[in-house]
Design a protein around this ligand. Sequence first.
Ligand SMILES: [Zn+2]
Length: 491
Amino acid sequence: MAVETATTTSTTMTPKVLIIGIDGLRPDALMAAQTPAIDALIANGCITLEASAAAETVSGPGWSNVLCGVWPDKHRSVDNRFLITDYQRYPSIFTLAKRARPQIRTALFANWGPIGERILALDSIDHRVSLQDTKNDEPQTVACVETLAHDPLIDLVFYYIGNVDEVGHALGFHRAVPGYIAAIESADALVARVIEAVKARATYLSEDWLIIVVTDHGGTIDLSHGRDIVEHRMIPFIVSGAAAAKGRIVGTVNQVDVAATALTHLNIEQLRAWDLDSHAVGLAADSGRAMMLERNLVCNGDAELSSPAAEPAGNRGVAGWRDIGAVSTLAYGAHADFPTAQTIGAPSRGASFMFGGEAGESRIEQRIDLATLAHEIDADHVSFDLRGWLGGFAQQRDLAWIELEWLDEHDGVVGRAELRAVTLEDRTAATGGDAVTMFIERSVNGAVPALSRAATLTLRFERSEGVCDGYADEISLVLHALSKPIPGVTP
Ligand SMILES: [Zn+2]
């Protein structure tokens, strides 16, 4: 498993993490509001307005995704009732961080009760301020400011603001609603006080604070959220501080990525046993030139980042990808009618593969930021190698294929490549008799088109009958620098 661990900018600085959670913060409204404190965080870091929440766009699953780093199929919070949950198996980063480093000091300041009483009920937290009145954000803000002032050893803080969501429910979640905009601006004033408290710490000059701003869901003018629509799922995601990359986050970012980003900054290695769906995003150490060449840029292209669904009917979120529809992962050999370890396919296939799931058509997408290589790409000095193992089931016609688009800085398409589906005819030809369940490796290579600043990889599945038995595994996109370094580009 390739989980990157970044080091902080200086070994003498103590890494610290502040996660600011603003409930019901719609990204376009954030941009419309006057928010000098959050603007300053963005200026000292990076942002995407297109991060994704899970399909269940309410606070229970949303904050569980953020704090536990796994999707609802694992923590099992799917609404605000918390009838069945599995925080024992999938605890929050507070518990994971303490398991890795028992002396780490943690703090929670929230006024939506279920965060403290349900999601974090089992966690040992050094400063636990869990209040009930989401309309009044003053008490937990005061507590947060005081703790930041008086606890020199605090390492990991989650600070939550509730009233933006309250106002959204009362007046509408939309940038055309003055009251909603005003609530965001009030939240920004609270953020300003907390940031001020961070900077006023006696030990601030020896600390390396990473500040993450995130929300649980968006919303709409109809006073609601909770549906699986873009306006409810699309969320802002900000990573700020000396260790943050600077500018726009172009790569795929999911709500669950808060966890790995925070742990990575704290120099806590993400253990495979934790089974997180989370990977670090927005960190400067991951975006350098050396991190872009001669290595697979596809996050979780091998489906091994986290555990697979237990059975083909399960729709397990595919970590690292924007997961739209029923695509899931499954272990080789999990079911008699699916590929096994003996199925013709990738020699080093790991434990799991991806398949289309119980939908006619579905897809997962991933964006890869290429901005670091802009000079070399525009000078025609970068080539690519896209590979993947694609397959299908017995005599059925279900398909899986991969589309690659090269995008310029305005997301205009400047080039395309494709890994063609392995059809029933392809599998028949490969066996010389009746088609069997198998994978065939596809590959395509060429020059990365000039002006490319990002790549979008889409793995598509289409069903002919039954469960969608298009299969995919071992997907990789590797870039190569073709010749001598370009003057002015530091390796
Ligand atoms: Zn709400």
